[in-house]
Design a binder for this molecule. Sequence first.
Ligand code: ADP
Length: 253
Amino acid sequence: MQTEAKKTEQHAEESVKAINLISFKDVAKIYSGNPLPSLAGLNFEVADGEFFCIVGPSGCGKSTILKIIAGLEEETSGEVVKPDKVAMVFQSGALLPWLNVFENVCLGLKAKGVSNAWMKEEAYKFIEMVGLSDYENKYPRDLSGGQRQRVGLARALAVSPKVLLLDEPFSALDTGTTEELHKDLIKIWKTTKKTIVMVSHSIEEAVSLAGRIMLMKSGKEKNIYNIELPYPRRELEADFIHHVQTIRKEFFK
Ligand code: ADP
């Protein structure tokens, strides 16, 4: 039996969890020159500290959502609530080739105008967190695809964003590298307690990582799934397979 104190504590925890950092209410997006709506009455919310994943067929509006959250695009109608401090990690890593790892990670911090000492401390902290301590003087051309994504992740984390936006960050990597990065991303998410919104084309990847998954179709949410599995999640376990199959069935309907 649960004691009253325990119940109150649990309720308080749930209330804290329920703070939404992101909210889309009936949001539509029509790009100029494109008559078809890219988002068409989209509704969802993301709570503080969540790992939220968006999946859906190509062209259904996933990247448009990230662009709106990042302030790179504006919604045409509807109501969007989003935090002002977000950072994006792109599929390519988007590193500047003429800067080394340390300098690439410092980019966002430099733009914020922080002191050199603080910049150095923060940059080294996140370079270490992504496992690249021995690579700080290397240039992007000397790094593997996975290492470049790690630099992109460190650069995004260094600016202390409220929300980390990941746009298919592992889609160009081989399976082994992707698995390593998945493990490390979960570790980083748990350590930093950041809110993560990630777009993925892989249902397996979404089920490996996310607490909730939004399946989209034609600019709208089709379904939102809770994935209450402990980490590390294993692709061969029955619960994992069940979630993947449930989402896949709906994906192709
Ligand atoms: P996804 O990330 O799911 O592949 P996007 O959000 O990139 O989808 O695109 C959704 C739809 O909006 C697509 O039909 C795409 O062609 C269109 N679109 C995206 N960006 C633009 C743009 N800048 N101008 C016109 N149409 C766009």
